[in-house]
Design a protein around this ligand. Sequence first.
Ligand code: PLP
Length: 400
Amino acid sequence: MATSLAHAGVVTGKNAAMSPPLHMATTYTRPADGSYQEGDLIYTRMDNPTRNLLEAETGRLECHGRAVNSDTPIISCAFASGMMAVSSIVLAHRLPLKVLLPVDAYHGVPTVLRDVFSRFDVEIRTVEMSDPAAIEADLAKISVKDDVIVWMESPSNPRVDIIDISLISSIAEKSGRRVTTVVDSTLAPPTIQQPLQLGADLVMHSATKYLGGHSDLLCGVVTASPWTNRGRFIGPLIRQVQVAVGGVASPLDSWLTLRGLRTLAIRSSRQCETALLLVKYLQHHPLVDKVYYPGLEEHFGHKIAKRQMKNGFGGVFSVEMIGESYAFAFAAALTVVQRATSLGGTETLIEHRASIEPPGRVVSPRGLLRVSVGLEHASDILSDFESAMDIVQTIHGIRG
Ligand SMILES: Cc1ncc(COP(=O)(O)O)c(C=O)c1O
């Protein structure tokens, strides 16, 4: 995959461009007889050559390593943001729709479901996904006529919870309900995790994060499984939503995402290595209550993560300080690490989550800080952490 990523978007052949062209045109001429030939471009909401290249690449990446029947197209759709990708999945379903959500998920997902989609007949239910019996029981309560989405986010943002994707996908399939299993795999790009190969029907990414990788674009991607019946059914409906509703990835953002993909393998392996080093330092620090990272043996999802992730456990972790004031003081004392939202870029970012979550819907512990590890030298981040901890200890009069 690393080799194929290094050539992302490049179409080889005679005199080939080693960087894909950026097609900004919105419209294309129509032949004199008024007819379009197979493969002709019409209008950029339907087809844009740069976006099409990105979609071909993301489809290939999710399926890399497992054979796909040559008569089954891989459907991958790029949207203007991760949230548009989430919304396209909802819009591809019929009403009434039930959405089963995990306890920890990126707050934008429950927010769009509760604030926007609840105007329609969309109902959300929070389920403890580490409890297979609870999911079976919940699915059994849903009418066989209703559409259902089982939404997984693994690792989750911000608590990096791990969900057993194969297990939940097989429970959903056996339930006899009209279920689509979806994995938001934003925190684990395809170099680390390929949810469709674990049995999920759809995988989505906020490509704004690791796929783009440079904190300079907004994009979301949904890819449908060519291996499951539900994936083959829902994939064309996602494409229909994309073309009809719009919200497509812009040519420039598609181009930037392709550019980012070229270094994804090397970025993510470095970020995983540095993340592990940092959590090992934080784990035993007296100002730390808890470190959340699936790469730690103590993490409740470590065994599952080892089975379903490869090449590391991701570049995001969370650290819960012994109190909120300690969390703010630690973040404030950092100089290399930057205080900002988002993740997946080349720069290490830290964020106090509870204060960014919508008022009244705060789910993160008050002392929790989320860290997205960048590409700085690991020892520079580590010494930034050490000096910040020293400053916090001095402020609070604690001896190290
Ligand atoms: C896990 C996850 N899913 C979806 C999104 C939404 O993506 P976007 O900001 O590109 O709309 C985010 C954004 O932070 C995220 O972290």
